[in-house]
Design a protein around this ligand. Sequence first.
Ligand SMILES: Cc1cc2nc3c(=O)[nH]c(=O)nc-3n(C[C@H](O)[C@H](O)[C@H](O)COP(=O)(O)O)c2cc1C
Length: 302
Amino acid sequence: MRVTRRILVYGGQDSWRTDDGIEVMARGALPPRSRAVCDCSPATSGALDPPAGTLAASACESPRPGLIRGGGSRRVLGMASLEALTMPLEEAMRTQRAIRRLKPDPVDDDLVLRLLELAQKAPTGSNLQNWEFVVVKDRAVKAKLARLNRMAWSLYGTLGRWLAGGDPKNERALDAVQWQADHFEEIPVVIVACLRAIIPPWPPIAVTTAYGSIYPSVQNLLLAARAAGLGAALITLPLWSRFLARWTLGLPWNVTPCAVVPLGWPRGRYGPTTRRPVEEVVSLDRYGNRAFLERRSRPREG
Ligand SMILES: Cc1cc2nc3c(=O)[nH]c(=O)nc-3n(C[C@H](O)[C@H](O)[C@H](O)COP(=O)(O)O)c2cc1C
């Protein structure tokens, strides 16, 4: 019987154990601190069935950290993709920005799942944890989403250009949106964040709780993507028709698509983003009491 196991292997060891207790031996050595995912199959035809069997990692020679070379069935991962996401939180938050120009290079499934696992650390109303994420990699499905995106963009973009009034900063942002619309099918991964719920139009508390149960996870996803070195953006244009979006993704009637995050390795650079000074958007005790603005204009003591 042919047994295949997919495992995460670490450098600095010569054997590892899979979740179901199978010992995996390395044929070569992985450099210390490197990691990779191996698809391991029995080394000999007489290999024992799990859980007692011993499998051999098909090749574990790494010419440089994070890349495994040699025969056998396995995937190659960039080092950063399986490293812990150790970027300081403030740096990730300050530099996370909408990155729409993405390379077509693939993004490893394990990394995508890891980001979505972190996305799931977000709060949900009544702790329902009713997220549903559709990871779209199929070009045909992406093409359908691309069409929906372009339909909405043809209207919104015309309006946007008119409102931008030739302002170079706004024009640059609109160029990026246009690029995304033109290259949507080439984006390696498009994640559609959905809620297993029917979002009612009323009362307001139900509406806010519903959307408030998906957007925190989307923000987690954006930050995790930033920390992993991936480019991402939060968009909703492809969802302008809930009916068509549901039909495109095969969503049941009780699963609502809420946000779309195209994901890939960035062509451009990250932030910092431009935002208004915090004191201009914060009121003290009552709306409009911009008490913190005064503090800002005061010379600092010491
Ligand atoms: C709910 C929501 C929907 C959005 N929809 C779109 C969209 O469909 N297309 C798009 O290009 N940007 C969309 N944006 C805007 C971008 O995600 C981003 O916030 C904006 O361009 C600012 O970019 P920055 O963070 O790099 O400054 C949306 C943002 C939000 C919060």
